[in-house]
Write a new protein. Structure first.
Length: 214
């Protein structure tokens, strides 16, 4: 039997941490996030795409903490807005804006737009301190709702309508959302290969560094 590996999720977002921890439940990994450590400088998310930003966050956390790190970068891509907000999804309404302000700005931009097609995209990067990384990506297609609905989730969930279930993401339970969401799909792909991921981590890190940090 393999020893437990400590894997840090490079985020302080409790919703995101809970989703990832839930999906990787039962696997030989001790899941932590940045709140379990001391102050860590923020990473400048200035990549041109989700892939670059996910890698920047994961590799930086891995190097600073000396243990494997997982980071995701995800966002909303709206067809009628030429792919916006995209990599700027978290900063779409300004640096200090909240979820409600971001949703309201997007709904304002979508007024009178007949094409409501949108997709959530997610890229997950798992990095070790040496800089090597694995990447997983997924996408979930839907529509921008006319108005917010639902109390669950976070981010743009209240205005992202998923036609097959006839609900917004914010109207879904965590289990429902995990089954069909961009992050859920990418994490399931990761989970299905987690044995290979653990082997890869052990190959790229000295054994004592993997098993002794708890």
């Amino acid at each position: 039997m393999h020893d437990l590996i400590t894997l840090v999720i490079a985020t302080r977002n409790p919703g995101k941490t809970a989703e990832i921890r839930d999906l990787l439940k039962g696997y030989p990994a001790k899941i932590k996030n940045l709140d379990d450590f001391g102050p860590i400088p923020p990473v400048k998310e200035d990549g041109d795409n989700f892939d670059e930003n996910a890698y920047k966050k994961a590799s930086f956390a891995a190097k600073v903490l000396g243990i494997p790190a997982l980071a995701d970068d995800s966002g909303l891509v709206v067809e009628a807005l030429d792919g916006a907000p995209g990599v700027f999804s978290a900063r779409y309404a300004g640096k200090n804006a909240g979820d409600e302000q971001r949703c309201n700005k997007l709904l304002k931009e979508m007024r009178a737009k007949a094409n409501r097609k949108a997709a959530f995209e997610c890229v997950i990067s798992i990095a070790v301190p040496s800089g090597s990384a694995l990447t997983y990506a997924a996408r979930c297609e839907g529509l921008i709702a006319e108005k917010p609905a639902g109390q669950n989730g976070f981010g743009y969930d209240p205005i992202f309508y998923y036609p097959p279930l006839k609900k917004t993401f914010a109207q879904l339970s965590r289990e429902e959302k995990s089954r069909i969401s961009h992050r859920g799909k990418a994490l399931r792909e990761l989970r299905d290969e987690f044995d290979k991921v653990l082997i890869w981590i052990r190959q790229h890190m000295p054994l004592q560094e993997v098993t002794e940090i708890t």
